[in-house]
Design a protein. Structure first.
Length: 458
């Protein structure tokens, strides 16, 4: 598989990167923007807290499972059709949600959004690897990470602002003109696919097995089935997931063109990268409960607690943009070491409540900078350099999958530790010390990476 890339010495179309960045922003925004809409959805459709929580679970499930599939399809058939299809299906899901007469159609719409969102980010990152000179990839991947992080943190206040002036429907309707612009411009600037040989049959058995594995992981971590049945089934889901891993390995070993090429994990640098992507997701997901410390320890209202994260948001933007710019000069290993160290120290500082709210606000700054550095392209740069060109989309997609699993795990871990320690400020302080410890382990793992700087263009 090859993409019709710009000729040597020629720049890619000027509008290419804005098309990619806008799609990533749209997809990332709807990962976080749903939070403020949940009370409105609950009231509009008369559902309880258990049912309305499915809007997040369904999105996460279909996003994780579609990421591996869409990344694989982009390696088989090119980035252009997969990226445009992903944007189109995301827009269709947004329209269905906005016009839905029932809550269950809302869930169908969230599933479509998850399928689309799962294909947008890895396809966009793979396009960058296909068309940009090596020395420009670090900056572009850094901007991609900065936009993703910015959308993740700006989603809730933007949703709240939309609902102040209008209804929750417009949170999703606003995606439509954005998607239309992406599709219009994408048809003109995205590189076309050139097939040089016949491809093996699609790995249908692998698709089913990976979908089953990720479903078991999501059900085990989120405990959504336990919530509805009142039975503690999550350990059995995780045990079944462990068995499913063995099944996936057996199936993928026999596939002519597997959905998850096991050879990627035999590359030590890629195996480390995917481990660190899980740790990065763990750190990103841990942001959610920082407002609980602000509420319990310092008496802030839930609304004011959200604004207490502004230093973290600013720090994450600075970290992601600076990390992208310094990637070529410092290399991925150095940036990841700095990122995990800052994030761990920041979370450890936030867990210490003796210094009051000013101390908490100061501690969130290095946490934000570290998070921004981690999502700012360093992991994607390693995956891009180490994965074979024909598996570039899959290599990027696996970064997303492991990142998503880490994000899910953080929420379950923090809430479990906080509850075990009695809840309140003391419980969350202990939980964030554990988070800092996990990030310290990631720092040690990052030491095993080799110095990794993008090569100069030939």
């Amino acid at each position: 598989m090859t993409e019709r890339s710009p000729a040597a010495g020629h720049e890619p179309p000027r509008r290419l990167l804005p098309v990619l960045y806008t799609g990533v922003f749209m997809a990332a925004l709807d990962t976080a923007i749903i939070g403020p809409a949940i009370p409105a959805l609950r009231a509009a459709f008369g559902v309880d807290n258990r049912e309305v929580g499915l809007v997040m679970v369904v999105f996460i499930l279909f996003s994780l499972t579609s990421t591996a599939l869409m990344a694989n399809l982009s390696d088989r058939h090119g980035r252009r059709p997969v990226y445009l299809f992903s944007v189109g299906i995301f827009a269709a899901g947004s329209l269905l949600i906005a016009l839905s007469p029932s809550f269950w159609l809302i869930l169908v719409g969230r599933a479509l959004q998850g399928i689309g969102g799962g294909g947008i980010v890895p396809s966009a990152a793979a396009v960058i690897g296909d068309v940009l000179p090596v020395e420009q990839q670090g900056k572009a991947l850094g901007m991609l990470g900065a936009i993703y992080g910015m959308a993740f943190f700006l989603g809730p206040p933007l949703a709240a602002a939309v609902m102040i002036v209008s209804s929750w429907h417009w949170i999703f309707l606003l995606n439509l003109p954005i998607a239309a612009a992406i599709l219009f411009l994408g048809l003109r600037v995205l590189p076309r696919h050139e097939r040089r040989h016949e491809l093996p049959a699609l790995d249908l058995a692998g698709i089913v097995a990976v979908f089953g594995l990720l479903t078991l992981v999501v059900f085990g971590i989120t405990r959504v089935v336990d919530t509805f049945t009142g039975i503690a089934l999550w350990p059995y889901f995780l045990l079944a997931a462990a068995v499913a891993v063995i099944l996936v390995i057996r199936i993928e070993r026999r596939a002519a063109m597997p959905m998850i090429p096991l050879g990627l994990f035999r590359n030590r640098q890629l195996a480390l990268t995917y481990t660190l992507a899980t740790g990065g997701g763990f750190g990103m997901g841990s942001v959610v409960f920082l407002t609980s410390i602000a509420t319990f320890a310092y008496g802030l209202t839930p609304q004011a607690a959200g604004f207490a994260l502004l230093p973290l948001v600013v720090g994450s933007m600075i970290g992601s943009m600076a990390g992208g710019r310094m990637l070529n000069r410092l290399g991925s290993r150095t940036l990841l070491l700095v990122g995990f160290a800052l994030m761990g120290l920041g979370y450890a500082g936030a867990s210490v409540t003796q210094f009051g709210l000013p101390g908490f606000l100061v501690a969130t700054v290095p946490a934000g900078i570290g998070l921004g550095v981690i999502v700012g392209g360093a992991l994607r740069a390693i995956a891009m350099a180490e994965a074979p060109a024909q598996l570039r989309g899959t290599g990027q997609g696996l970064v997303n999958v492991f990142n998503g699993v880490g994000t899910l795990t953080s929420a379950a871990t923090i809430s479990a530790i906080a509850d075990f320690r009695g809840g309140g400020a003391a419980g969350f302080s202990v939980a964030y010390l554990v988070v800092a410890g996990v990030l310290g382990v990631m720092f040690l793992i990052a030491l095993a990476l080799r110095a990794h700087r993008p090569r100069a263009a030939a």
